[in-house]
Design a protein around this ligand. Sequence first.
Ligand code: SF4
Length: 414
Amino acid sequence: MTETPSVRPANTGVRQTRPRTEGWTQKKDADGRPLLQFASPKRGKPPVHLADLTVAERVEKVKELGLPGFRAKQLATHYFTHYTSNPDDMTDLPAATRSDLVAGMLPPLLTEVRRLETDRGDTIKFLWRLHDGALVESVLMRYPGRITLCVSSQAGCGMNCPFCATGQAGLTRNMSAAEIVEQVVRANALIAAGGLGGKKADDHSMERVSNIVFMGMGEPLANYNRVMHAVRTMVAPQPEGLGMSARGITVSTVGLVPAIKKLADEDIPVTFALSLHAPDDQLRDELIPVNSKWKVDEALDAAYNYYEKTGRRVSIEYALIKDMNDHAWRADLLATKLNERGRGWVHVNPIPLNPTPESVWTSSDKDVTAEFVRRLNDAGIPTTLRDTRGKEIDGACGQLVATTEDEAAAEALM
Ligand code: SF4
């Protein structure tokens, strides 16, 4: 696909706010460009957990621990269907060896540091401490007919986006597959115990997380192998895994093109989301530093290839930022770029920011937002404003970062 010629009209009088960091300094590389970190710094690895292993490896490990291989399936049943790692709950395991078996196969991975709830209790943000003290978050949200968990895939992030709190400190380390899965298991345990609000009084159904979005801390495709192992474990039938539908799992990226191509060749039809936020390279180079490596057209080609290979409609995420990327001509340019690749392959989700007066990162005016959405819809691109639930507890994508209070709470636990 050739690059679309710039269609920016001579729109004199249109305000253009440029991206810049506020209150922190972006790390730069030797060429003066925002530093991108793809490799995870070397830190002590988290303990190996049942959810890091294939079914065959679980059997082997149980045998190494001196027990018959079938105990692996019993442990997996406790973990993936009863959401427990507590040996006291596992009365079908021999009492004498139970604790050692659980310690060897289900070591603790996440310590809960803090939990923030909305008033109705239907949105909960968890702050977790990992074995090495790194902090990550997940956000659990009840919607009509579904329960969604936004999970983290890395501690910190190496993509250095200037608007993002998570990226400020850089990448601490990749999370293991089991650390990713454990976020879901812990959320399911809380739901099973009645800890998520908003359930109707006459609803007695067994509930659990139905949808996962990889939109917490980290760039999931920069931690490709572990994220894919976690996804395989989520979709594996119980008791081998969590028995979830791949379609309910959304993997999002700021545009790591080779990894998007790889994802398209996997045999797992997850929902794919590209966080685009700008249709022109001039702005996107500043807004999403990885754009200096893979340009808008390359990222869109890779997204279209994902649709062609999987038949799954792709989502384009677009945070609307006042006077920065919310111009009518940008809606038109985005529509042109999407339509020239085909029809019916893509859906756009503009995301209204929280209003932050005095900041360059503030929300678009209502009429501007409506115009942006209208132009895309009129051009035949299905477009829906996304719910920004979670923002009120500082838990929406690109805003996940441990505060000093969180760190103090974590220290108190150590
Ligand atoms: S917006 Fe996403 S990719 Fe960019 S720094 Fe934040 S977490 Fe990383």
